[in-house]
Design a protein around this ligand. Structure first.
Ligand code: GTP
Length: 332
């Protein structure tokens, strides 16, 4: 029975504190039933050695290259082997498998590579470590950082003993207002909030005046009342094709006309859309779209006749999700 296994991709730029966060988590009693996969781009597996030090946890290393570029089949093999070995040993399934990506990992391709595991029903989410001392500079310089921030369900600020959280938190909120933000000076509390169960609160709203970032846009797309389901599907498909790599994240609710309840949670990391998930209760319809090097005007030009309104996402747009919404379910 593997339905409840979580797959967590731990992202974050080189040196942002991923291994430290993971080591802090593994020291906690609630980290039992965690398996770890380490992927380092370099050949010397320093991270794996640090994590393995003194511990007995199931640990797999993948050190032949960055997992999002070259090792996608190996990742599927490694996950399967971890789960099968556990079952063969007669032990209960892991609660979570954490993949520590290399500092240059792009979450979209990694999540896409997991598609052969769809029958296992893994629950997938991205946790991104953000170095509070240099987040702005990294974001300006490296596309990978933008992709890692935008894909995250949870953004964890690290090195809060070295920098005040304010600027990094504001930046995190402006780049990805959808993510849960963990701002904890205490390292055990930080790790618990990063990998433990999601707290029973709505996702945080962005600040009233999000800091403008020269490369990133956080937009809201709202369909007209007369838009058909086909119109909506066409628009979402076009979105992925039109934006390509510049599409970093999509998340929100779309109504399927003619279906009772009919509200679906829609999510994409990069251009990879998860299967829609039916939601209970009434929610405002709308999608938050996070783009790099594309703005509202360009997105409107994609299909000017489409029954959709594109605006800049603002605090109070009312797309807060419920606990667990930030997880994408990987199902067949
Ligand atoms: N002061 C301080 N140092 C930290 C903190 N987190 C990590 N570090 C230090 O930052 C450096 C990099 O931390 P790692 O945890 O190895 O970062 P990483 O993201 O795993 O690094 P790569 O695997 O190279 O991408 C190490 O020297 C850590 O001791 C923190 O919260 N405070």
């Amino acid at each position: 029975m593997t339905a409840a296994v979580e797959f967590i991709l731990l992202a974050g730029f080189l040196g942002s504190g991923k291994t430290s966060l993971l080591v802090d988590w593994l020291a906690l009693p609630e980290a039992a039933d965690t398996a770890v996969i380490v992927n380092e781009a370099g050949e010397i597996d320093v991270d794996g050695a640090i994590i393995a030090e003194g511990g007995t946890l199931p640990l797999s290393m993948m050190s032949n290259g960055c997992v999002c570029c070259s090792l996608t089949n190996d990742l599927v093999f490694t996950v399967r082997a971890l789960l099968e070995d556990r079952a063969k040993a007669g032990l209960p399934p892991f609660r979570r498998i954490i993949l520590e990506g290399s500092g240059l990992v792009r979450p979209g391709p990694v999540l896409r590579s997991l598609s052969p595991l769809a029958p296992l029903g893994l629950r997938v989410r991205v946790v991104t470590a953000c170095d509070a001392t240099r987040m702005g500079a990294l974001l300006d310089e490296f596309d990978e950082v933008a992709a890692q921030l935008a894909a995250a369900g949870t953004l964890v600020l690290t090195k809060l003993d070295l920098a005040l959280p304010g600027p990094a938190e504001a930046l995190a909120a402006s780049v990805n207002p959808l993510a849960l933000r963990v701002v904890e000076a205490d390292r055990a509390a930080r790790a618990r909030a990063a990998f433990g169960p999601a707290p029973p609160v709505d996702l945080p709203e962005p600040p009233a005046a999000p800091a403008a970032h020269p490369h990133m846009s956080v937009l809201r797309a709202t369909f007209s009342a007369d838009a058909t389901w086909e119109d909506k599907l066409d628009w979402m498909e076009n979105l992925a094709a039109f934006c390509g790599d510049r599409l970093l994240r999509v998340k929100g609710f779309v109504r399927q006309p003619g279906v009772a309840g009919g509200m679906l949670l829609i999510q994409a990391v990069g251009t990879l859309f998860s299967p829609p998930v039916a939601m209970s209760g009434s929610r405002p319809e709308g999608l938050v779209v996070i783009l790099r090097d594309l703005g509202a005007a360009e997105l409107r030009s994609m299909d000017p006749g489409a029954p959709v309104r594109i605006s800049v996402y603002r605090a109070g747009d009312g797309l807060a999700c419920q606990p667990g919404d930030s997880e994408a379910s990987l199902t067949s």
